[in-house]
Design a protein around this ligand. Structure first.
Ligand code: TA6
Length: 297
C-alpha cells in the first residue's frame, strides 16, 4: 500500500483515534476513508457541505464500526438469524455473530489508486484470510470513484471456494438532512417492503416515503431514488441491488444507539443499497457479483 501512497498527489495516510485513515484532498473534492471496514466517512465536492452524515459522537476504535458515512454490511446484512437458510448455513455460531457481518470491523488493504485532474479512483480489498463466524472463501473489493459531480461505490464479491456460496449485503449509507420532518424519499411508490417494526409483515409503499416515527423497512426493489430535504436534493442510483433499506431510529431507539446524540435522528437517515432477506445472492464457485451506488446532485 505504501508504494501506492508515496506516489500519490492527493491521498495521505493519517491516524484518527485508533484507526488508519486515507485523507483525500483533491482540488475538486475531499473525502476521508477508514481502512477499517473500507468505510467512507465523508465526501464533499469543493465548496459544498458533506454529502454524508457522520455522528458528532463518532468513536474511532479498533473492531468497532463508526456511526456514519457508508459502513459496509457483508457477508450478511442485519441479524444473522434473520438471514435466509442459504446464508445461515455458512454462519458458525450465528446467534453470537454481530449484526451486519464482519467486513465493517476488519482492516482492508489499499490495492489500487488512480488519480487524474478531475477524478480519483481507489480500491480497497478484504482478504479471505480472517473471516470470523463464517465458513466459505468469499473475497471482497470496494472501488470508490470520486469527482466533483458524483460519488460511486462498487462492492465486488468473488467466490474463491469450490462450492456455491450465498451472502447478503448493504452499503449502509448515512445521509444528512436539515430536518427529517420535511424530508421525503421519491422512487418507491407501489413497491413492497418488509416492515421490521410491524412484525416483519409485507406492506406496499404509497407515494413518497415520509418520516413521522421510527422507520426500518426493507424494500424489495431499488433503482434510482431521489432524496428531497430542505434546501437539498440527492440522487441515489443503484445497480446489482434488489433491496433498499430505509431507516431512521427516531426518538426512543436513538437512546439505545451507540455513538448517537439524542437529537441526531432529526438530522439524518439511512438509505441503504442492498441485497437482503430473500434477495440474497448465490455465487457459483469462481463467480463474482458487483453492487454499485452512485450519489449525485
Ligand atoms: O439498516 C437498518 C438497521 O438494520 C437498523 O435496524 C439498525 O440496527 C441500523 O441498521 C444500525 O445498525 P448498527 O449495528 O450499525 O447500530
Amino acid at each position: 500500500m505504501n508504494n501506492l501512497l508515496t506516489r500519490s498527489a492527493f491521498v495521505q495516510l493519517q491516524r484518527r483515534g485508533e484507526l488508519d485513515l486515507l485523507a483525500i484532498r483533491h482540488p475538486a473534492f475531499q473525502a476521508d476513508l477508514l481502512l477499517q471496514g473500507a468505510q467512507l466517512l465523508s465526501f464533499a465536492p469543493s465548496g459544498e457541505s458533506d454529502w454524508l452524515w457522520l455522528s458528532e459522537q463518532a468513536r474511532y476504535q479498533r473492531g468497532q464500526s463508526v456511526r456514519g458515512g457508508i459502513p459496509v454490511c457483508w457477508p450478511w446484512f442485519g441479524a444473522p438469524l434473520k438471514n435466509p437458510p442459504q446464508v445461515q448455513q455458512h454462519l458458525q455460531h450465528g446467534a453470537a455473530a454481530a449484526a451486519h457481518g464482519f467486513a465493517r470491523t476488519l482492516n482492508w488493504q489499499l490495492t489500487a489508486l488512480h488519480e487524474a485532474c478531475d477524478h480519483l479512483r481507489l480500491t480497497l480489498s478484504l482478504p479471505a484470510s480472517v473471516q470470523p463466524h463464517w465458513q466459505g472463501r468469499l473475497t471482497a473489493g470496494l472501488t470508490f470513484e470520486l469527482s466533483a459531480h458524483t460519488l460511486t461505490l462498487t462492492l465486488t464479491t468473488r467466490n474463491d471456494d469450490q462450492q456455491p456460496l450465498s451472502f447478503t449485503q448493504a452499503l449502509h449509507t448515512y445521509l444528512p438532512t436539515a430536518d427529517i420532518h420535511h424530508t421525503r424519499l421519491h422512487g418507491l411508490h407501489q413497491q413492497p417492503y418488509v416492515d421490521t417494526l410491524r412484525d416483519w409483515q409485507t406492506c406496499i409503499q404509497t407515494g413518497d416515503v415520509r418520516f413521522d416515527g421510527e422507520t426500518d423497512r426493507i424494500y424489495t426493489s431499488s433503482g434510482t431514488l431521489t432524496l428531497i430535504s430542505p434546501g437539498q436534493r440527492r440522487t441515489l442510483c443503484a445497480s446489482g441491488s434488489r433491496s433498499t433499506v430505509v431507516w431512521n431510529p427516531w426518538i426512543a431507539k436513538s437512546t439505545r444507539l451507540s455513538q448517537f446524540a439524542s437529537t441526531a435522528w432529526q438530522r439524518m437517515l439511512c438509505v441503504e443499497t442492498a441485497n437482503a432477506l430473500d434477495d440474497a445472492i448465490t455465487l457459483a464457485a469462481g463467480a463474482s457479483h458487483s453492487l454499485s451506488l452512485t450519489l449525485s446532485r
